[in-house]
Design a protein around this ligand. Structure first.
Ligand code: FES
Length: 248
């Protein structure tokens, strides 16, 4: 198939970017979206032009690196799918496809389609860990009883891959879905109780310091999350935050 690609090119964080047009023929429907970009880059290199910079690592929907806005939708048109797992059969011959980086103040563009998402790392470092005494007789995690519902909800929250689609799709660039998934994952389990209050306070504080916006409950984050993380986690984080402040 033949595609009219409109791709955001930006030299670095200081320069202004703009959309560049590329006509790409010979795209196969079994290619993944990233393979289509590889194919484009091979063509550009053969023509002596600079390839398009884009982020990727696992290409299996696990690492969350492939942060692309495709036709105005984070990760493109297929629900519950990361960009690396999206296939070209979802597009039509002759279609015009816009490819842009995730846009948020807290995700500055590094180059072309690559954004700096280290703000997410700093939120995690502020509290997404547990304290365990590993000297002596540490209790086997499998011997700690956990209610099935809590285990399931903690697991679902833990499936967040930190891709940033929630931020990119939110009109406020809010990171509430991401942060709440990390808070929930620990607050629901016995292992996460030691830092339960300090965790939510520190992570929310870091989220605000990074410049993410507030949540106004539009639900866009849940709708475009490739892992289907529920906004119920945001409600849980708000409860955790209020309780931690009351205890403080
Ligand atoms: S490259 Fe790892 S999730 Fe897409």
């Amino acid at each position: 198939m033949k595609l009219n690609l409109k791709i955001w090119r930006q030299k670095n964080n200081k320069s202004k970017g703009m959309i560049h047009d590329y006509v790409l023929d010979g795209v196969e429907e079994d290619m993944s979206f990233l393979e289509m970009l590889d194919y484009l880059n091979n063509k550009l290199l053969n023509e002596g032009k600079e390839p398009v910079a884009f982020d990727h690592d696992c290409r299996e929907g696990i690492c969350g690196s492939c942060s692309l806005f495709i036709n105005g939708v984070a990760h493109g048109p297929e629900k519950g799918t990361t960009t690396c797992q999206l296939h070209m059969r979802k597009f039509k011959d002759g279609e015009t496809v816009y490819v842009e980086p995730f846009r948020a103040k807290a995700f500055p563009v590094i180059k072309d389609l690559i954004v700096d998402r280290s703000s997410f790392d700093r939120i995690q470092q502020a509290g997404a860990y547990i304290s365990v005494n590993t000297s002596g007789n540490t209790q086997d995690a499998n011997s700690i009883p956990i209610p099935k519902q809590n285990a399931d909800e903690a697991f679902n929250a833990a499936t967040c891959i930190g891709c940033g689609a929630c931020v990119a799709s939110c009109k406020n660039s809010s990171a509430m879905l991401f942060t709440s998934a990390k808070v929930s994952q620990f607050s629901l389990l016995p292992q996460g109780q030691v830092e339960r209050e300090s965790r939510v306070l520190n992570m929310v504080n870091q989220m605000d310091l990074e410049g993410f916006g507030a949540c106004t409950n539009t639900g866009a984050c849940e709708a475009q999350c490739p892992k289907g993380i529920s906004v119920k986690n945001i409600a849980r984080m708000n409860r955790e935050y209020i309780m931690a402040n009351v205890k403080k």
